[in-house]
Design a binder for this molecule. Structure first.
Ligand SMILES: C[S@@+](CC[C@H](N)C(=O)[O-])C[C@H]1O[C@@H](n2cnc3c(N)ncnc32)[C@H](O)[C@@H]1O
Length: 270
């Protein structure tokens, strides 16, 4: 039971969408017509959905509409590390599977945008190999410091963590082969403009992969805060990406792949 409840907390926390609604329950958000119920699985977007662990104080969080992001305080890294890096997360997040969807090759450059505590870093690092490069980007300096320590401890020589502004991933033009964005896209403000910056940072034929909770998922952000795969696709298509919703085996999340079209006559493929 304890494990299932923690799994619930973890899933909800990772959804981490914002809300200006009143707080309720054990330090949490109102749910999307639901509540964190018994049975271990959550309904709606329960307490930790906003990146709130039990008993913790809430930081800033603002929910915007029409492309505005959900602003949260992720500065308490120790607390988030316990949640994001709980081994139980692997059972539904399936990190090996997620990384396999990127179809990375040795020597490539992969970006993890909103990398948090660095949950995906070791897998990404292995996928691109010693000649490749992993850029772990986050707006929260404490997260980046945490990732720097993790990179050193895990000896991920091809990985680098950087602080980026909320409105710009500061990518080199056409420098990335793939960009992974897990449970973070809804935090980004002015997403269509941001998508254009991702487009510019990808090589032709390169792809951004957005992983987030489905509307049908038994847990996740409150309904009005969730972004559907269709909405995400529309935002990315507006920036010129070619969209595919991938068949995958995640129980509660979708994966949208958005590919910068290859140059005419090029053999580059996603
Ligand atoms: C829920 S966490 C997800 C962490 C990680 N992707 C994972 O799956 O474990 C969201 C992260 O996105 C970061 N973030 C929020 N807005 C961002 C933005 N505009 N650019 C980059 N990172 C952002 C937060 O600081 C936080 O670390």
């Amino acid at each position: 039971m304890r494990t299932r409840c923690f799994s619930l907390l973890l899933a909800l926390t990772l959804a981490c969408s914002g809300g200006e609604t009143s707080e309720s329950g054990s330090g949490g958000e109102p749910t999307s017509g639901g509540e964190a119920t018994g049975g271990g699985e959550a309904t709606g977007g329960g307490e930790a959905e906003n990146g709130h662990a039990p008993g913790g104080t809430h930081g800033r969080h603002h929910h915007g509409h029409h492309g505005q992001g959900h602003d949260h305080d992720f500065s308490d890294v120790e607390r988030f590390a316990r949640i994001f890096d709980d081994p139980e997360r692997d059972s539904w997040q399936k990190p090996d599977h997620v990384v396999s969807l990127l179809d990375l090759a040795p020597g490539q450059t992969v970006v993890d945008l909103g990398a948090g505590t660095g949950y995906f870093l070791s897998r990404l690092s292995a996928a691109v190999g010693p000649e490749g490069r992993v850029l772990a980007l986050d707006v929260e300096p404490n997260m980046v410091r945490h990732m720097e320590a993790r990179i050193a401890e895990e000896e991920l020589a091809n990985a680098e963590a950087r602080v980026v502004p909320t409105d710009d991933p500061q990518l080199e033009p056409a420098g990335a082969d793939a960009i992974l964005i897990v449970d973070t896209w809804h935090h980004v403000a002015e997403r269509e403009a941001y998508a254009a910056k991702l487009f510019a940072g990808l090589r032709p034929g390169g792809s951004v992969f957005i992983v987030d909770f489905t509307r049908e998922a038994p847990h996740g952000p409150p309904a009005e805060m969730r972004l559907t795969a269709a909405e995400v696709s529309e935002e990315l298509a507006a920036a010129g990406f070619e969209i595919a919703t991938l068949d995958e085996e995640l129980p509660h999340q979708y994966v949208v792949r958005a590919t910068r079209p290859a140059a005419p006559g090029s053999e580059e493929t996603p």
